[in-house]
Design a protein. Sequence first.
Length: 333
Amino acid sequence: MKRWLYITLVLACLVMLPVSAQDAAETLTVYSGRSEGLIGPILEQFSAETGVQVEVRYGSTAEMATTILEEGGNSPADVYIAQDAGALGALAAAGRLRLLPSDILERVPAQFEARAGLWVGLSGRARVLVYNTEFISAEQLPASILNLTDPAYAGLVGWAPSNGSFQSQVTAMRLLLGEDAARAWLEGMVANGAIAYENNDAIMQAVIDGEVTLGLVNHYYIFEFLEQTPDAPIALHYFPGGDVGSLINVAGAGILDSSDQPGLAQRLLLYLLGSVAQTYFSEATNEYPLVAGVPANPDLLPLDQIQAPEIDLSDLSDLQGTLDLLRATGALP
């Protein structure tokens, strides 16, 4: 009788016990500046293959970076995934990212990771100009992103000033051309009637619908729309001659300094840099895989053929300075 009562009490205690430390350690919290449609499927696949649960909070890249800075050491985030290097650099500069081990960093070329080893690129993307082939010919396209302020393009250009990739492009402009030139370009675009959209998807649809003729976007969005409407009158223009309009950036990730499970976070990053995830980025999202041995979409212009500007992505860290400039010029409310 006593033995039965003892067993009953033990079982009751086990039922009332909180989740064990081992179980708790098998859940990662991710703050993602990438949209759920782009990064969600591969995070779900990571969970399915490893049993590690991933709780994701989605928002804009700048919003998630700002949230982490505001939360400080109390942030529940273990991993931050950004759609551009600038926001990662901002967190690194603020001391909020943990040094990554060599087995993560050595998987990608040095140009696609932080100099100090605090973040790593997961996939590559090029900034391009998408255009409606029914309204403008390739010969009429501008040779530089700076030329979009010309009266010939008044009211014809769509942009997304709230988008992280666009903001990094402006940061690159500030670095390569100077603060005054970046300010003059933004003011010129506003004065020339550039139309603001929420994101790249909205710009693509606006170009297809003829709301605008040109749009500043990341390269891979065109494939999503051509898959839905193969005869859509759209094409991509890569600015030549190292123009800042052809910036090559990365979607990347870092581990928060406040994370209490860096080993599990590293496991996620290694997965995202493995063949399964890199193939996903290549085939499902049409980005450039960064790990050797994984081929890019053959319909893409090869990375080494893009006449991109020479810039260290680690230097795109002044996100706040760019946000201030966008607001000062009226590009952002």
